[in-house]
Design a protein around this ligand. Structure first.
Ligand SMILES: *[C@@H]1O[C@H](CO)[C@@H](O)[C@H](O)[C@H]1NC(C)=O
Ligand SMILES: *[C@@H]1O[C@H](CO)[C@@H](O)[C@H](O)[C@H]1NC(C)=O
Ligand SMILES: *[C@@H]1O[C@H](CO)[C@@H](O)[C@H](O)[C@H]1NC(C)=O
Ligand SMILES: *[C@@H]1O[C@H](CO)[C@@H](O)[C@H](O)[C@H]1NC(C)=O
Ligand SMILES: *[C@@H]1O[C@H](CO)[C@@H](O)[C@H](O)[C@H]1NC(C)=O
Ligand SMILES: *[C@@H]1O[C@H](CO)[C@@H](O)[C@H](O)[C@H]1NC(C)=O
Length: 442
């Protein structure tokens, strides 16, 4: 159970400096059962003492599926499981106690970016910032450095070897599409022109590396569950309605994927309530009710999780969930001028505790609660905090706009800036480095 695990560990080893490399995996890593149980237990007690509050939160917060008293047991058994099973695709292991999501941005002119914008033909015009006149390029040169270890360096050939005969699939919204495209950009350079293809059919986009019989795919499902925003091209933006229990319509297309990377958040952030529907969109009399956004989010995530439990074999596959991608709409949040937003921002935020008031902590708590009930390993890509710092990395006005911009807006560029999506190359390449690290060095 990665979520709880990585959080506890980060309290356990607060920003300890360690050797900057990943340990190779010893072939026979099977610690004795009792020893590992005792170690885990004492570890938990130690952490509880160290960080009482969070521990109490984890223990006492009502879980969705398990009745109260079983939670401590569950924590223990999840950790035990992790000690004993080597995750699918693992070729090494993370430096012990290093939480790769906690760290800092280092300016690195030499190794970043990992590819040039014009060298990757797959980036959609909404993300090619240089081609749309962005005057600065510093945002491409930041490298993520976790406290206490270094990320393994991304090896495209190795990744393709590992994906031989396999399907890696991203499922979610436009931010997840950005991560998918970043992954394609990171991999395509080592594949000759004649041995790759990219095709879109409706909600599904598939990049193929033919010599490897590998595919990297993106499936559009902004709520994961069925909704009235499901059309891949003309999404309905206003008056969103979701069917929180209906997963199969989309999930039938995920079946057979070897690695799944989910995200969903942005589309839920449209007021405190969410319209949910029982029955089908084709019913004549529609039964639509409004419930709290957090409750709707929780129900949808549970639907996804139950599907994963029934359809993904933990011995052969891996499942990831990327936490919320933050936006930067108000420069006064980071102590800048009153009126600004991400427009004209060229450097990351330095305050390590920065968290935008617009990024919902209650939605994060829902993630924590729901995934703590998971009966299968679900690895969290907790990219929220590290992305919070990157006010400089959004597409701003340097992108293909959806329509003509009225003259009064043109006169004030920040009024039509996009402070949600991210330029490529850029921040989302780091999300993939983190995915790479969690996949091969868990
Ligand atoms: C990348 O991986 C390939 C295949 O495993 C290996 O041959 C190559 O040496 C690696 N490259 C680097 C720079 O480590
Ligand atoms: C190619 O990969 C798919 C899975 O994506 C698999 O079902 C199929 O058997 C593979 N074909 C060959 C020739 O290896
Ligand atoms: C697109 O996908 C649908 C199934 O989802 C399939 O029936 C159809 O043949 C596909 N079209 C193309 C052009 O591949
Ligand atoms: C409408 O859905 C709610 C649950 O959201 C349910 O309690 C209610 O019975 C349903 N009404 C009808 C007429 O089906
Ligand atoms: C953008 O920032 C530069 C300095 O970094 C400043 O001179 C310029 O006025 C700013 N432009 C706007 C529109 O805020
Ligand atoms: C993700 O990390 C942040 C801190 O960086 C933490 O507050 C949050 O609880 C984590 N989310 C989950 C679901 O563990």
């Amino acid at each position: 159970m990665d979520i709880i695990d990585s959080n506890l560990k980060s309290f356990y080893f607060p920003s300890q400096e360690r050797e900057a490399k990943m340990k190779p995996l010893s072939p026979n890593r099977r610690p004795h059962l009792l020893t590992s149980y005792l170690l885990t237990l004492s570890f938990i007690i130690f952490v509880a003492v160290l960080h009482g509050e969070d521990f109490i939160y984890i223990l006492c917060h009502p879980l969705v599926h398990h009745p109260g008293g079983q939670q401590q047991q569950q924590l223990v058994s999840n950790n035990k499981e992790k000690d004993h099973e080597v995750a699918t695709f693992a070729i090494g292991e993370n430096e012990e106690g290093c939480d790769i999501f906690q760290g800092e941005w280092i300016y690195d002119d030499k190794w970043r970016p990992m590819y040039a914008e014009e060298e990757c033909p797959y980036i959609q015009p909404q993300l090619t910032c240089q081609a749309h006149g962005r005057p600065d390029n510093g945002y491409q040169h930041w490298r993520w450095k976790p406290h206490g270890c270094s990320l393994p360096s991304f090896n495209a050939t190795l990744m393709l070897e590992m994906l031989r005969g396999k399907r890696l699939m991203f499922v979610g919204d436009s931010l997840n599409r950005g991560q998918f495209v970043s992954m394609v950009c990171l991999l395509h350079r080592v594949i000759p022109e004649s041995a790759k293809s990219m095709e879109t059919n409706d909600s599904l986009t598939v990049f193929k590396a033919k010599d490897y019989n590998a595919s990297i795919e993106f499936y559009w499902a902004p709520f994961l569950v069925e909704s009235n925003s499901d059309d891949a091209v003309v999404h309905r933006v206003t008056d969103r309605i979701v069917r929180v229990k209906s997963i199969y319509k989309h999930a039938q297309h995920w079946k057979g994927a070897d690695i799944l990377v989910f995200n969903t958040y942005l589309w839920w952030m449209n007021g405190g309530k969410m319209k949910i529907m029982q029955g089908s969109f084709h019913d004549e009399l529609k039964n639509i009710t409004e419930i709290k956004r957090e409750d709707a989010y929780s129900l949808a995530l549970q639907s996804m999780l139950r599907w994963v439990e029934e359809n993904m074999d933990p011995h052969k596959t891996r499942v990831f969930f990327a936490t919320m991608s933050p936006s930067h709409w108000r420069s006064k949040d980071w102590g800048d001028e009153e009126e600004g937003n991400c427009y004209n921002q060229t450097t990351p935020i330095k305050d390590p505790s920065y968290w935008s008031p617009g990024t919902s902590k209650s939605m994060m708590r829902v993630l924590k609660n729901v995934f703590s009930t998971s009966r299968v390993p679900m690895t969290l890509l907790n990219i929220t905090q590290l992305s919070e710092y990157r006010k400089d990395a959004h597409t701003q006005i340097y992108k293909q706009q959806w329509g003509p911009i009225p003259p009064e807006k043109l006169a004030d560029p920040k009024s039509y800036a996009d402070c949600v999506h991210w330029c490529l190359p850029g921040l989302q390449d780091t999300w993939n480095e983190l995915l790479y690290a969690k996949l091969f060095f868990p």
